[in-house]
Every structure is written in structure tokens, then in C-alpha cells.
Write a protein that binds this ligand. Structure first.
Ligand code: HC1
Length: 574
């Protein structure tokens, strides 16, 4: 611990802290715009300036280390004045269409302008660059007129995701975020993960809003509109309504979806149980046939897109299973349609997903079991929150409701899919039982839990040693792939999730400002809510799900059988 003085008050902070961190542990927040812990420590926006005794100029606290006896002032007139000028300068090139901006109300720039009394947003008005709106990709748009050049998106894309398709183009006054040779987003191998969106402080980048399509379907009397909710959305949606991070709002989510007018409110978690049946079976087939190993999971469309674009040689290793979102849609438009005597063309399936790449996934080839798209629209958690707000539903006041039958009751395995390691654990629960040929005790596979980027474990199953690995965030996946391709490591089964920490930290989740992201373990808090739910379930293995048993018996036949293949599996191409 180091002794320092902040605003005249003595305090301590851990050695090696920056001024920003030291202030935070002493409950003083210093504003930032560009700073993102570990990935964007560039001291560029100068919002975090403070006075340090003995230093002539103000210093940027996000990158300035503390030392014994340091005297820091974070709240002087000089500091406030400097921050205000910075804001006015940023505003001078920022498109100030705030009223209808998608981020109005949770824009980091707007919040600071209010805090620092920026009462004349036109103060430094002058010449400006104008940029074209880029809406060429399936899942997002970019409006550089609102960009403040903090480069958080660039850091997320290159450091977390090792994709690096965006960067700063041009120099000086003309600097803007773009891709090489000014290519559009739709023309570069972006993996649609949306990690750039969740770190953007303003409305410069956002998901493509598809709520209009859903409102229209809800109004259309010829449509049977079904909604399915991804595992992690229930533990994040509450954040959009100011509930604490990690609050499980499953019951309120279901109640609000019913009030929005969906004909059936179902759970993607149920489809997870089908995915596990198929994936565990596919894995055991590979064990029998000696490969190809490792088998990679295929439920994260950002990862699948990465694999296709950057590692086509690994396509044979990808599980052929559709994701739970797509399996759900496929079953809704075949088995459920039959049962309800509905024409699949009249069924409209909406996925509520923590993910922007799910918008891309619904447009993929070979995802149309009934001859029409398995899923019609994938909305992000944020889009659902906006629908709920627009409809005037007082979300936090709703009494809990439960999902509809018959696609509403999932096992615990369905819940944990939303966190990194959860797919692996769910698959191991079922695979170990199928391999043994009888019920087994194995339920919790702790080694693959947790928020580390790469996890490894070995399990003995009925005399066979199975070596597994789990990676989340593409930079980690890339490291793991390098080890595999160099022959340094051999695994049987590898789970990869495109976003760091898995879907709980997906690019479609409610946006948390950097002041939270930098100091709170967002991923762990959200994941804990899913594991808690799993633990409380009577049934925790997908193979014990009653609806899974019924649908295989009535309709699909055997896991991995011809019919199951036709409906629940897909194909990939580079
Ligand atoms: Fe996921 Fe999945 S868990 S990919 O992590 O397999 O997005 O939450 O919906 O499809 O179910 C995301 C989450 C999600 C699928 C499932």
C-alpha cells in the first residue's frame, strides 16, 4: 500500500495503481472517455486530467502511476475548466442530434456535458468533416459524425478479438475510424461480434434496429408470432431498467413479452437441450471414428464466421450442429407447426439474443429446415428493452410469469450455455452419461468454469481420457488454435465463444459505461446468476429433459439420425 493525498485527505492505495485506480478505491470517480482497462490505455481524451503537486501541467490520471506521498487534486477549478474545454472541443465535431439518438440517456459524452455544465454546445463551432452513414453490414451501422475518436472500438476489435478490421484512417483533422482503403463494414471480414458497440461511449455505432419488423409481425393477424429468449438475456435485461448487474429477471421478461403481444413465449434454453443431445452424439461418433479432433462447438456465430473467414482449414472440425437459436426455429416450424396445424410460412420466430452476430446467423445458408428461414428476426437484448419502454410497460413492477408449453421448460444445462465453459459442461454432463450407458453422478465440471480466457481440463469417461479446452474472445481462441495447429496441444473437444466471457458479455447486451466496465467484473456477476439458476434445477442434464424425449420419440428419431440431421444440422463454407 502507498500513502497518498487526494483532495487534501490522506489515504492509501495499492502499489502500482494509477491515479485513476487509486481515486476509485477511495470512492472518488474521475471521468474518462477513451480509457478501457488493459486494452485502451492511451491517455488521449484528456478527460481524466488532475493536478499533481510538483507537476507543471495537468496529468492524465488513467496512465499516471501513484507514488508514496503524492498529492493529487481531482476537483479544482483548473481541473474542471480543462475538462469542460475538452468537452466543448469534442462537441465541436460531434453531430449533436441527441434527442432521438439511440444512446440518449446512456451516452457517456452527454452525461459528462451535463456534469461539467457545458451550456453552449456550439462554443467552438466551425468547419467540419461529414461522413457517410455505413449500413452495409447485416448487424450494425456506423455514423462517424458521432464518433469522438476515443478508439475504444478499435481496441476491442484488435485486442479482444484479434480481428482488427477497423482503425484510424487519415491524419489530423480528417482522422476517422474506418477499414483499410476505406472499405465498407460489409466488405471486410468483420465477425459481427458487436464488441465495438458495447464499448462505444456515444451513438457512433449501434446494432441495426429490427424492432420495426417485429412490431409489424405482431400487428399482422395472419402471423403466429413466437419469441424465444437466449440463456443469458434473462440475467442482463434488468440492467436496461437500472436493476443491479446479475439480477435474474426471467419472470418479468416473460411477462413483458406476453404484454408485447407474442402468441407464444418460449425459451431458447429448451433448444439448448436439443443442441446438447446432437452435439454429445456427434462427439461420441468422433470418439468411435477417431476424429476429426478437436471438435469445435458451433453455437457462437461470431466464432463460426471467424473460423470460416480466417481458418477455413478447421471447417471439418466444426460441429455440424445448428446453434440453439436456429434449432429452436427449426423445431418451431416443423414439429411445433405440425402439432398446431400451422403452415410454417405463417409462423414468425423472433430470437431475443445477447448477440449481434445472431442477426447474421439468421441470414446464413442451410438454416431453413421447413423451406423458410428457421428464425425470422434476431433482436438484441437492447432492442427488446427499447420495445418494452416504447410499449410503456413498467418492467420492474411486473409480477413474474412462466414460459409457455411445450417449449418452455429447460434443464439446468440450458442456463449455463450463456457463460464461457457452459457449453462444454452441458455437453460433458450428457456425453459422460451416454458413454457410460447409465446414469452417472457427474454434474459439475468446475475446471471449465470461470472467466479466464483459456481453460483446459482432462476427464476420464468410461475408461477414455477426454482432453478439453475452452476459449472465449477471439484473441484467446487464436492462441488456442495456434497451439493446436503447431501440434503443441491435442484436444478432443474445444468450446469457443466469440465474445470474452461468453454470451453474458455479448455484443448485444445492455451497454455499461466504462466507469463500470473498468472496475466491476461484469462478466462474473452476470455468469454467477446463470450458475445459480442451474444449481436450483431438479433436472440438470439435457438427456433428462421430458420435452427432448417426447420430440425425439414423436418426430426426430435418434440423435444424429437422418431426420435429426436434416432439421438440426447445418453446413459451413469459406
Ligand atoms: Fe448464446 Fe446460444 S448460449 S450462443 O452463448 O448457444 O447469443 O445467451 O443464445 O443460439 O441458447 C448467444 C447466449 C445463445 C444460441 C443458446
Amino acid at each position: 500500500e502507498v500513502m497518498i493525498t487526494i483532495n487534501g485527505k490522506s489515504c492509501t492505495a495499492p502499489e502500482g495503481s494509477t491515479i485513476l485506480e487509486a481515486a476509485r478505491v477511495n470512492n472518488i470517480e474521475i471521468p474518462t472517455l477513451c480509457f478501457l482497462k488493459e486494452i485502451n490505455e492511451i491517455g488521449a481524451c484528456r478527460m481524466c486530467v488532475v493536478e499533481v503537486e510538483g507537476a507543471k501541467n495537468l496529468v492524465t490520471s488513467c496512465v499516471y502511476p501513484i507514488k508514496e506521498g503524492m498529492e493529487i487534486v481531482t476537483n479544482s477549478e483548473r481541473v474542471f475548466h480543462s475538462r469542460k474545454i475538452n468537452l466543448e472541443l469534442i462537441l465541436s465535431t460531434h453531430e449533436r442530434k441527441c434527442l432521438s439518438c439511440i444512446r440518449s440517456g446512456n451516452c457517456e459524452l452527454q452525461k459528462l456535458c451535463k456534469e461539467f455544465n457545458v451550456d453552449d454546445e456550439d462554443y467552438y463551432n466551425g468547419e467540419n468533416c461529414t461522413y457517410e452513414f455505413d449500413d452495409t453490414s447485416v448487424h450494425m451501422y456506423r455514423n462517424n459524425n458521432k464518433c469522438i475518436l476515443c478508439k475504444r472500438c478499435v481496441a476491442a476489435c484488435s485486442k479482444w478479438q484479434a480481428v482488427g478490421v477497423i482503425g484510424a484512417n487519415n491524419r489530423g483533422f480528417k482522422t476517422h475510424i474506418g477499414s483499410a482503403y476505406e472499405q465498407s463494414l460489409g466488405d471486410v471480414p468483420c465477425i459481427s461480434c458487436g464488441q465495438c458497440i458495447v464499448v462505444c461511449p456515444t451513438g457512433a455505432i449501434a446494432e441495426k434496429d429490427q424492432t420495426k419488423e417485429v412490431w409489424s409481425a405482431l400487428e399482422d393477424p395472419t402471423k403466429h408470432v413466437i419469441v424465444q429468449t437466449a440463456p443469458s438475456t434473462r440475467v442482463t435485461l434488468g440492467e436496461a431498467f437500472n436493476l443491479p448487474i446479475g439480477t435474474n429477471v426471467e419472470g418479468k421478461m416473460v411477462a413483458s413479452l406476453r404484454r408485447l403481444g407474442f402468441n407464444q413465449v418460449f425459451d431458447t434454453n429448451v433448444a439448448v437441450d436439443f443442441t446438447i443431445m446432437e452435439e454429445a452424439n456427434e462427439f461420441l461418433e468422433r470418439v468411435k471414428n477417431d476424429g476429426p479432433f478437436p471438435m469445435f462447438t458451433s453455437c457462437s456465430p461470431g466464432w463460426v464466421k471467424y473460423c470460416e473467414a480466417y481458418h477455413p482449414e478447421l471447417i471439418p472440425n466444426l460441429s455440424s450442429c445448428k446453434s440453439p437459436q436456429q434449432m429452436f426455429g427449426a423445431l418451431a416450424k416443423t414439429w411445433y407447426a405440425d402439432k398446431m396445424k400451422l403452415d410454417p410460412k405463417d409462423i414468425f420466430v423472433v430470437g431475443i439474443m445477447p448477440c449481434t452476430a445472431k442477426k447474421f446467423e439468421v441470414t446464413r445458408d442451410d438454416e431453413a429446415a421447413a423451406g423458410v428461414s428457421d428464425v425470422d428476426v434476431a433482436l438484441t437484448t437492447r432492442e427488446l428493452a427499447r420495445m418494452i419502454e416504447k410499449a410503456g410497460i413498467r418492467f420492474t413492477e411486473l409480477a413474474d410469469e412462466t414460459f409457455d408449453d411445450p417449449l418452455g421448460a429447460a434443464t439446468g444445462a440450458g442456463y449455463i450455455f450463456g457463460a464461457s465453459g457452459g457449453v462444454m459442461e452441458a455437453a460433458l454432463r450428457t456425453a459422460s452419461e451416454v458413454l457410460a450407458g447409465h446414469e452417472t453422478e457427474a454434474i459439475e465440471f468446475d475446471e471449465v468454469r470461470g472467466m479466464e480466457g483459456i481453460k483446459e481440463a482432462s476427464y476420464e469417461m468410461s475408461g477414455v481420457m477426454i482432453k478439453v479446452a475452452v476459449a472465449s474472445g477471439i484473441a484467446n481462441a487464436k492462441k488456442l488454435i495456434e497451439k493446436i495447429e503447431s501440434g503443441e496441444e491435442k484436444y478432443h473437444f474445444v468450446e469457443i465463444m466469440g465474445c470474452p466471457g461468453g454470451c453474458i458479455n455479448g455484443g448485444g447486451q445492455p451497454v455499461q459505461p466504462a466507469s463500470i466496465r473498468n472496475f466491476v467484473d461484469l462478466k462474473a456477476k452476470r455468469a454467477a446468476a446463470l450458475y445459480k439458476e442451474d444449481k436450483g434445477k431438479g433436472l440438470r442434464k439435457s438427456n433428462n429433459s421430458p420435452i427432448v424425449k417426447t420430440v425425439y420419440q414423436e418426430f426426430l428419431g435418434q440423435p444424429g439420425g437422418e431426420k435429426a440431421h436434416q432439421i438440426l444440422h447445418t453446413s459451413y463454407h469459406s
